[in-house]
Each structure stands twice: as C-alpha cells, then as structure tokens.
Write a protein that binds this ligand. Sequence first.
Ligand code: PRF
Length: 376
Amino acid sequence: MKFRLEVTDKLSKARAGEISTDHGTIKTPIFMPVGTAGSVKAVHQRELKEDIEAQIILGNTYHLYLRPGLNTLEQAGGLHKFNGWDKPILTDSGGYQVYSLTEVRKIKEEGVTFRSHIDGSKHLFTPEAVMDIQRTIGADIIMAFDECTPYPCEYNYASKSVDMTHRWLKRCCERFDSTEPKYGYSQTLFPIVQGSVYKDLRVKSAEVIASFEREGNAIGGLSVGEPAEEMYEMTDLVCNILPKDKPRYLMGVGTPVNILENIALGVDMFDCVMPTRNGRNGMLFTSEGVINIRNEKWKNDFSPIGPGSDLFADITYSKAYLRHLITSKEILGAQIATLHNLHFYLWLVTQAREKIISGEFYEWKNKMIKKLSQRL
Ligand code: PRF
C-alpha cells in the first residue's frame, strides 16, 4: 500500500490524497460503506461500483469468522472472490463487535472469550488469531485487535485498557509480519489509537501507535456516546501527533457534519452504518438536511427523492412512493433509501476532496454544516 498526500488545506488541516492497493486506488478523503457480513446490505456490487462509485468497502472479522467461516472463505480464494467485489476491502478486527454484540465475554491479557450471537458457541479472539483470520479473509487493509472502551469510562480503566491495546498491537505486528498473504496480493495492518476522552491517554496512545511506523493509522473509541465537541477535541489532538504522510482512519464516524468536521481536523477515511442502517428505517441524508420519509408530510409529495441528482433511484422514484415502500416494509424501500444515502455520503466526501484541491474547503464546509443538520 502507498499513500500520496496531494494537497493540504491552508485554512484547516484537511488533506486530499491517494491510497494505492493491489485492488486499485482510493481517493481521499473517503467514506467506506459497511458490508459487515461481506455484503453492503440491500446493494448489488454493480450498484456500489457504478451508481454509488464506492472505492473501498468494509467487512467484519467477527461476523465473517462466525459465518460463512474460514473454511469457506479460504476455499473461495478470499472475500473478494467470494462476494464479487474486486476493489479494495478493509476488515475491522472484531475488537469492537465482540464488545457491542456479545453479552457473555471475558477480556484478559491473552484475548477475549465470547459467545456467538448466532448460536451461543464459545470462541477466543487473541491478537494472533485475529491476524490469521484477516489473512484468510484477505482484506487489503486489516485492523489491529484493540479494546474500544465504552463511554463514559473511568480513567483507571481507560488507562489500563489503552496499555493492553498497545501490548496487543505488538503481538498483532509480530504475527502479521511473520505471516504471508494467502492470495497473491499484499495486505497492510493499521494500528488503532484508544484512550477514551482523556487527553493524556490519547497523546500517549497516538505516540505509541506512531512509533510502530505502520503504513496507516486509525483512531478508535470515539463516537461511542460522548458529545461531538469532545470527539473533535480528541481527533484534533491525535491528528497532530500521527504522521502526516500516512492515511488516518476515524472508525465508526459518523453523521455528515461529523465527517466534514473531522476532515477539517486531518482525517482521511471514515466508515459508519448510519447511511445504510438508518436508511433502511426511512432516514434520508440530503445536502439540505435530514428527511424522515415515514413522516405524514411526504405522503403525497410526488417530487423525486433527489432532484438534480445523477443517481437513477433519486430521479426515478418520488418521496411519496419511497414513503409507501418503507412504511409497508417493502424490500425495495430499503434498497432505494440505502442507494440514496450511500450516494449522498460518497458525493459529500468527493465534494470535500474537490474543495480541498481548489482551496475552497473551509468556506464550503461551514456553509454545508449549517444546512446538513436541519430537519426537513
Ligand atoms: N475499534 C475497532 N473498531 C471500531 C471502533 C473501535 O474503537 C469504533 C469506535 N467508534 C468503531 N469501530 N476495532
């Protein structure tokens, strides 16, 4: 993997760059649609590629390991072959899903034992196991095994946790560096900064993470319930320490406003379930604000979902029709809303990139932010 920093904004810390992988290049800043179980829910690969113009998608170690399992993934020749997506894939390590999805779990120095949310079977994730699993899934970018602390979190717990995440990182790197990719293309490992909302812990973590000198770095443990201002403060602090010549990935963030604010602080990569999950429930993101399509207000509004958009679904279907589909729980409703939202998220980061390059980012961002959080 290579990262080329093209432009740094003069009025903010926003950057435009390009990541190249063996499955193609990614222009940053970028939003990565979430495909937890190897599928971006309700979207065909052709739509992802041609309509949404996604450049990289996410998969989850935790889900893919439980189902379809490593045997099937290895026999398929890796996730790209299995799901038909031939552009870059990033997998999260499970160092978040085991905490958010499983109830019975034990976190020890060795790793985390948990019970599957599918059949209750018992499993152990260690840093080494998670590297091996991600080698087998075959993502281009794989994530270190970390502990994402909840919010709020006592200082002492956060401090012990971040130290363990650093020790786990060392084990991840040793395992990753002593094993080979399985399918002929290269993979790279991103470490994750933790430290909850404590400045000293964040600074220490960013310094430790930077010292590993991996090809890219991630920021975890944010957008877990803390006020947005606190998240921005932590991102800012961490981005000032992480190396400039490597991509920075803010995990699980966020709303369109969160994304623009964090781009301004120097973040290059984002993922979030919001456009897909909230879309399936009828929440639509637009450049004028947020629409709840279930609202009575749209019942007889026959104007297109996205006037002026170049997305087939945006100009073909009306708000009233989408409202009908979503309230009747028709599958097509979830498909249209997901397409719309992902198309909007990709449009937003592409615009941000163009504005960074043309030197208009700061002004544009402040104007956009006023509109984006309105409720229509
Ligand atoms: N760690 C990992 N994945 C994550 C997070 C984290 O802290 C977050 C936090 N927003 C989302 N996804 N491994």
